[in-house]
Design a protein around this ligand. Structure first.
Ligand SMILES: Cc1ncc(COP(=O)(O)O)c(C=O)c1O
Length: 452
């Protein structure tokens, strides 16, 4: 790998311009210190000081194919030379091909693709379709979820990022999904958790009025909220409930889709077909912004003669679609989805179980493919989280120390609340995975120091 020569002066200039003019997401602008990055390739990125980081976060869990995949870069360059942009109303070769390749992989009859620029817009449009299709307004989502930062998507989101935007009048009702380690239902095993979670959902529907509910949206495996793999039978149970009440079932595969779990879609593990499925991130690893909604035949038929009242200037942008075509083809040719499954099963899963045995701060390990979470705790018996829910400042010091310990060891971690997620690219090699897991193992000593 060719990393760029260290150039601290260039890094300082990048940072100065950033601090002067760039307004960053989710941040108190005066309190952040963004690291200037000079370049990236495969599973690594590097700064201007000569430090290289193994990216165990895949940026925001989107670089499933790694950085600078040559086939994807070439496809974007080729498309740029041919046709950079075209309005969504025209038929264009790369858009047609991207839609075909996606529809070929989505479950069941989700064969029509509405393209957006990212995940939140995909959720926004899926909800709009569900409301128009059913003529109902309410949407149910779980507390432990993230669905994006636009109006409907942030209201659907369960995590605290919603609070500042929540008008409590967005037609959203939250409920509890299954999560045995912190069971909202005091369940003692997966089967109980599944049964009680489904009963809780049924009760919520009964008291909200089934005839007022347009959709239930779930992340197939909730991502940012903690990679909680649903217990066997849960998603099938939700599907059955939706069918019984004429509610549209939306699966949000923005994070879990396109290889992350070791299958093209997380839904493939559970044999369940939603009515609408949102995707983004891994569809082209974010090389050019792209997301979308895969639509069932029945919902698509609603808009056969009646116009769909939604659109975006850049829907199905040719550069984005060209990168999706190249990404999906490269993932198939190079067995990248299979690699994610194998690395998860043979390397990451066993290593994390071993790490958990040796570190008192690890309360639980869960996941599959290249989609894993370590639940960090102060006390294994009580499950008390290493830091309180939504902690900041001094309260969050144990997690901040853990993250710093990772970075000192050349590992870029994904950290959220009391968890670290092991979410490298789907292309991660066995050697890279072992390198990152060894750094993680050492860094967890910083978390162990806070256990009681
Ligand atoms: C499950 C899920 N849905 C939606 C989104 C929003 O996607 P975007 O940030 O592309 O708008 C995300 C982003 O992390 C996500 O994880």
């Amino acid at each position: 790998m060719t990393t760029t020569q260290p150039d601290p002066a260039a890094g300082a200039a990048v940072k100065a311009a950033d601090r002067a003019h760039v307004f960053h997401s989710w941040s108190a602008q005066g309190l952040i210190d963004p690291l200037p990055i000079a370049g990236a390739e495969g599973s690594y990125m590097w700064d201007y000081e000569g430090n290289r980081y193994l990216d165990f976060s895949s940026q925001l869990v989107n670089t499933n194919i790694g950085h600078q995949h040559p086939k994807v870069v070439a496809a974007i360059q080729e498309q740029a030379g041919k046709l950079c942009t075209l309005a969504p109303g025209f038929a264009v070769d790369v858009r047609s091909e991207a839609a075909r390749l996606i529809a070929e992989r989505t479950p069941g009859d989700l064969d029509k693709i509405f393209f957006t620029n990212g995940g939140a817009e995909a959720v926004e449009n899926a909800v709009r379709m569900a409301r128009l299709h059913t003529g109902r307004s309410k949407v149910l989502s779980t507390y432990r979820s993230y669905h994006g930062a636009t109006a409907a998507a942030i209201n659907l989101t369960g995590d605290p990022r919603r609070w500042a935007s929540d008008t409590a009048s967005a037609g959203v009702v939250h409920f509890w999904g299954p999560f045995l380690y912190r069971s909202p239902f005091h369940a003692e095993n997966k089967q109980q958790e599944c049964e009680r979670a489904l009963r809780h959902l049924e009760d919520t529907i009964a008291f909200e009025g089934p005839q007022s509910i347009a959709a239930i949206i779930l992340e197939t495996i909730p991502g940012t909220a903690g990679i909680m793999v649903p217990p066997p039978g849960y998603l099938a149970g939700v599907r059955e409930i939706c069918d019984r009440y004429g509610i549209v079932f939306i699966l949000d595969e923005v994070m879990a889709g396109f290889g992350r779990t070791g299958r093209w879609f997380a839904a493939d593990h559970f044999d369940v077909t939603p009515d609408l499925m949102t995707f983004a991130k891994g569809v082209n690893s974010g090389y050019v912004p792209l997301g979308g909604v895969a639509i069932s035949a029945e919902i698509a038929a609603t808009f056969d003669k009646r116009p769909y009242p939604g659109g975006l200037t850049y829907s199905g942008h040719p550069l984005a679609c060209a990168s999706a075509v190249a990404t999906i083809n490269a993932m198939a040719e190079e067995r990248i989805v299979e690699n994610a499954a194998e690395i998860g099963e043979k390397i990451i899963g066993p290593a994390l179980q071993d790490i958990a045995e040796r570190h008192p701060s690890v309360g639980e390990v869960r996941g599959m493919g290249v989609f894993w979470a370590l639940e960090l705790v102060r006390n294994r018996e009580t499950h008390e989280p290493l830091v309180p829910y939504n902690a900041s400042g001094a309260d969050n010091a144990p997690m901040a120390e853990f993250a710093a310990a990772c970075k000192e060891r050349g590992l870029w971690p994904f950290v959220n609340m009391n968890r670290t997620h092991v979410v490298p690219p789907c292309t991660v090699t066995e050697t890279e995975a072992k390198e990152g897991l060894a750094a993680l193992d050492e860094a967890l000593t910083a978390a162990d120091a806070h256990t009681v």
